[in-house]
Design a protein around this ligand. Structure first.
Ligand SMILES: Nc1ncnc2c1ncn2[C@@H]1O[C@H](COP(=O)(O)OP(=O)(O)OP(=O)(O)O)[C@@H](O)[C@H]1O
Ligand code: SF4
Ligand SMILES: [Mg+2]
Length: 331
């Protein structure tokens, strides 16, 4: 039995464990950390939401988990996928892992789907490669996989090329490909951002349903806290490459402790009026290719003082499972 299947049969076993992950690039002779000391874990059957504004390092974190960081990126720390350490593993090990231990869905399915190969063939390929099925058997499984993600007339759709499907159906097809080998972890990077609200809700429901069926862990990335709130058990808030707050979803919404998280929650639409209560947090995520002293949020924080600007706050525990990086949590 493969290690990943064994993982899924143990409720609470860690499907993904990321410790002190750093992703750095050389830019004009300087080392720039776009992901800095990030740690989190996801148990089988659970969903971790990763939220933060554009440029906070969400995608770079998920690409690192998939071993797909751009070639000149330097990855350090530890990434354990279904128990196996992946940082420093040879590309051959990553190739075996992708699809089987961890699979990814993206915002734009057309960037992940092969435009000149039928949907059915794309699913079958994964099964032939990772599950060593024969082509005929793999094609039968591909049709079943399309049916399982709610694609009508799956036998016919399997013969279609991606451009023939609507946006929502393409996203379903990409989920079918990602889940074909029952990965221990599904990394979903803004999977519903490009979809209209109704289709977005359907795709979220599908992911939850597939998780109940297959027991995989989900790392769900979005800049939209409202979408994260629909699906996440635990939430990591990232700001400028660092984790600033991490907590169970209920705790984060009911008692946010970091000024950035509070700002994100204040900008959520008011359910009564369906408009944002406050405009976006003033200011922008700082450029990372300058030397940083102190808290990366200081330039936008109402509470910032000289100590904040001089000393970077470390992530500390403030209640069960509730981590915050701020000098003024108790203010
Ligand atoms: N190929 C690359 N080389 C160097 N730096 C990069 C590269 N791609 C992205 N970056 C930088 O890494 C940082 C994090 O980017 P990332 O794409 O992870 O952000 P994000 O949180 O996913 O944002 P978005 O919400 O816009 O998707 C940014 O500062 C970005 O400029
Ligand atoms: S450490 Fe200071 S600047 Fe940073 S979030 Fe906390 S109060 Fe604001
Ligand atoms: Mg991104």
């Amino acid at each position: 039995m493969s290690q990943k299947l064994a993982m899924q049969e143990v409720p609470g076993a860690l499907a993904l464990e990321v410790t002190d992950l750093t992703v750095a690039f050389e830019k004009q002779g300087r080392r720039v950390e776009v992901v800095s000391g990030v740690s989190f874990s996801i148990a089988a059957g659970r969903t971790l939401g990763v939220v933060g504004e554009s440029g906070c390092g969400k995608t770079m974190t998920s690409l690192a988990v998939m071993g797909l960081t751009p070639a000149h990126g330097l990855v350090s720390g530890s990434i354990r996928l279904a128990g196996q350490e992946m940082v420093g593993a040879p590309e051959r090990v990553w190739e075996d892992s992708r699809g089987a231990r961890a699979a990814m869905v993206f915002q734009e399915p057309m960037s992940a789907l092969n435009p000149v190969m039928t949907i059915g063939r794309q699913i079958a390929e994964v099964l032939v490669r990772h599950r060593r099925m024969r082509w005929r058997e793999a094609h039968e499984h591909a049709v079943e996989a399309l049916a399982s993600v709610g694609i009508p007339s799956p036998g016919l759709r399997a013969k279609d090329y991606p451009h023939r499907l609507s946006g929502g159906m393409r996203q379903r097809a990409m989920i079918a490909i990602a889940l074909a080998c029952r990965p221990a972890v599904l990394v979903a990077d803004e999977p519903t951002t490009a979809l209209d609200v109704t289709i977005q809700a359907q795709v979220l429901d599908l992911m939850v349903e597939m998780q109940e069926r297959l027991g995989m862990a989900i790392q769900f990335i979005s800049h939209n806290l409202a979408v994260i709130s629909e699906i996440a058990d635990e939430i990591v808030v990232m700001y400028a490459g660092k984790v600033v707050e991490k907590a169970q979803a209920d705790d984060l919404f009911n008692a946010p402790l970091h000024p950035y998280t509070r700002g994100l929650i204040e900008t959520l639409p008011d359910p009564q009026r369906r408009v944002a209560r406050l405009p976006v947090i003033p200011g922008a995520v700082p450029k990372l290719d300058v030397d940083f002293q102190g808290c990366r949020f200081a330039g936008r924080c109402r509470l910032a003082d000289d100590h904040c600007r001089a000393v970077s706050p470390s992530l500390e525990l403030h209640g069960a499972g509730h981590w915050v990086a701020c000098h003024k949590v108790d203010v």
